[in-house]
Ligand binder design. Sequence first.
Ligand SMILES: Cc1cc2nc3c(=O)[nH]c(=O)nc-3n(C[C@H](O)[C@H](O)[C@H](O)COP(=O)(O)O)c2cc1C
Length: 161
Amino acid sequence: MTDFDERTFRNAMGNFCTGVVIATGTQDGAPAGFAAQSFVSLSLDPPLVALCPGKNSSSWPKLRDSGSFCINILSAEQKSVCDQMARSGGDKFADLEWRSGQTGSPILAGVVGYIDCDLEAEHDAGDHTIAVGRVRDFTILDAEAEPLLFFRGAYGAFEAR
Ligand SMILES: Cc1cc2nc3c(=O)[nH]c(=O)nc-3n(C[C@H](O)[C@H](O)[C@H](O)COP(=O)(O)O)c2cc1C
């Protein structure tokens, strides 16, 4: 494609509003994770979800190697958790409360809910991959909570019409 401008494309894609999740896992017992918007429900039978980790992510290989990952759905009150998990390096879990899910992957305190998965497959996709997870366990912890939304580079909450 000629005259393809990455910034313009990124801004255009920002018009698609998404929620924000934290994909978590462990390496040698230590928690790992990163913020992501590229989460989607994929299949009911079998129950599959997908996530697109960037190839520059230093956390994803840790989750991949453990063979599982947990998707934590952030609430509107958790923008600071998103900020913390969107930085590369450092102790991303400092000051965060969490417990281990069925796969051993962290379930963060205060999330709307979680989907705990075994890694089923990973497909190459440009500068990202498409990681498919087979759902092992899931729970909505707070059905009243507002989700954290990401739209045109800004964060917000949901308002029903
Ligand atoms: C709202 C938002 C959505 C993001 N979505 C993704 C995503 O879908 N996939 C991804 O790999 N990184 C995504 N990122 C960037 C990662 O969170 C960031 O690059 C990551 O934390 C890098 O840390 P790591 O090196 O520990 O993996 C997103 C960041 C933000 C703020």
